[in-house]
Design a protein around this ligand. Structure first.
Ligand code: ZN
Length: 182
């Protein structure tokens, strides 16, 4: 996707990869939106919240080395699996109860030696997110579902993450057979 030149005032415009609706911006307007989003980060709502944490905006504002901290909040005080509030976390993410249930699933037996019943499975889940306009995929291990995988990623990083739909792994593998650039 080439850059576009707005001939009326000779300012180079680019297609913002972060906002929807084919938003075209100059580097200057991108930089000032990024700065504004930074200053509005503690507001309950910002129409340009997508700019906060955008590495392209940081680059245009000459602050690409600056760390993009997300706002700590409720998400840091709940179990990433059962979503119940807790003060003690195993691996910094899950409550002690969920850790113990997960262990029973992995061992294939509960404390009484019987096979565990009605417990969430332990899976490797693919998560896709956008980083600087590029879609990246990671496999998050030992989680019970996609939501837990995402919450775990959010908890483990101070960065803002922008998730996108991840095609099922089989589909991705099949695409690569046909030369898809997945
Ligand atoms: Zn839990």
């Amino acid at each position: 996707m080439g850059n576009l030149v707005d001939v009326s005032n000779n300012v180079e415009m680019f297609l913002c990869p972060n906002h929807t609706g084919n938003l075209r911006l100059s580097r200057g307007s991108c930089a000032s939106m990024w700065q504004r989003a930074r200053s509005e980060r503690y507001e309950p709502y910002s129409p340009i919240a997508a700019c906060y944490g955008c590495s392209l905006g940081a680059q245009h504002a000459g602050k690409s080395d600056e760390k993009m901290d997300r706002r700590p909040g409720h998400i840091d005080r709940i179990c990433t699996r059962c979503h119940r509030p807790s003060t003690r976390f195993v691996y910094g993410c899950i409550c002690v109860s969920c850790y113990n249930r997960g262990r029973e699933v992995l061992l294939g037996k509960n404390a009484r030696g019987a096979p565990p019943k009605r417990l969430p499975p332990m899976l490797d889940v693919d998560v896709a997110y956008i980083d600087g306009g590029i879609t990246r995929r990671v496999s998050v291990g030992l989680v019970s579902d996609l939501m837990e995988a995402k919450l775990k990623m959010v908890r483990k990083t101070r960065q803002i993450l922008r998730f996108v739909h991840a095609a099922p792994q089989n589909h991705v593998r099949q695409m690569s057979l046909f030369g898809g650039n997945g």
